[in-house]
Design a protein. Structure first.
Length: 310
């Protein structure tokens, strides 16, 4: 009996150790806060040329966790809606982050990874490559020191990303004869706003009958306003929404990317600009339009006026 009790005690201790070692870790999860309603605003800078020294395009965009859903592989994922759509989940046992791909999934992060740990990931162009945690320090964001993990990949030159405690992805960059840098403007985590939410939000999934540009609201405004527009068609379309002053000089590009059909809303913060009349123009690349409209080479263009009063 005594030996049996010792065996049972040993089994309980070992089971408890295994459970504690491989179970949901709320601290690790705060580096990747996936929850319905959470949003992140990013500033993206596209670069070209050797060492990516030339800026070719820049804009803000918003990523929103819109729902969670059961996928064909039998697992539940969060749906992230931004310039593109992705489905991601955190495994409650391993704390690995997976992205749904095809009929399966691939690993894009390991939240249990510590300094100098190496893990395989499909984060780089959906290819399996190695990533290493190179630094676990702190940086200042919104006037507060926040813990980060700096992680570098081995497939693309200069590919690294930073996860911030309580915020998620803070920065990601890559450069190999061109590349991009994205940096966090702000986010909404568990209904709490941090920083500024700049960019566009997809407000409707239904396919509009036609392209359209709405009057900004409010108008006149100070210092920020919202601009709604609709993207029609059957596939992603290169769309640009830019702001111009009365001289016709471009002062801000709000959208410059491929957008799926739907209705969108963009924000323009004019805090840095003087009072006056401004124009905003929606441009759609004709090569992505229906055949009859594309053949004319005109695409879709519409311009409206707004007034900034300070």
């Amino acid at each position: 009996m005594k030996n049996l009790l010792l065996v049972l005690l040993h089994f309980i201790i070992v089971s408890s150790f295994i459970s504690n070692s491989y179970s949901w870790d709320s601290e690790a999860a705060k580096f990747y806060p996936l929850a319905v309603g959470n949003q992140w605003s990013y500033h993206r800078v596209d670069r070209t040329g050797f060492n990516c020294i030339q800026i070719s395009n820049e804009y803000n965009y918003i990523v929103t966790v819109v729902t969670d859903t059961l996928m064909p592989n039998g697992k539940r994922y969060f749906k992230l809606q931004g310039p593109s759509v992705s489905f991601e989940r955190i495994d409650s046992v391993t704390m690995n982050v997976y992205k749904y791909s095809g009929s399966g999934e691939c690993l894009i992060d390991s939240l249990f990874a510590r300094l100098n740990n190496i893990f395989n990931s499909c984060r780089q162009l959906n290819n399996a490559g190695q990533f290493q945690v190179q630094d676990t320090n702190s940086i200042v964001f919104l006037n507060e020191s926040r813990r980060v993990k700096n992680i570098r990949g081995n497939l693309l030159i200069g590919h690294q990303y930073i996860l911030m405690y309580g915020m998620g992805l803070y920065r990601e960059s890559a450069c190999e004869n061109g590349g991009a840098i994205i940096t966090l403007n702000g986010c909404i985590i568990n209904n709490v706003l941090y920083g500024a939410m700049l960019g566009i939000v997809k407000t409707g999934e239904l396919q509009p009958d036609k392209f359209s540009l709405s009057q900004n609201f409010p108008n006149p405004f100070n210092p920020a306003t919202k601009i709604k527009f609709a993207v029609s068609g059957t596939s992603a379309t290169q769309t640009t929404l830019a702001v111009y002053n009365v001289l016709g000089h471009e002062v801000s590009v709000l959208v410059s990317q491929q957008l799926q059909p739907g209705t969108y809303e963009a924000d323009w913060d004019a805090s840095a600009y003087p009072s006056g009349v401004y124009y905003y123009k929606l441009d759609v690349d004709p090569s992505n339009l229906e055949t009859s409209q594309a053949s004319s080479g005109r695409g879709f263009t519409e311009t409206k006026k707004m007034v900034l009063i300070k």
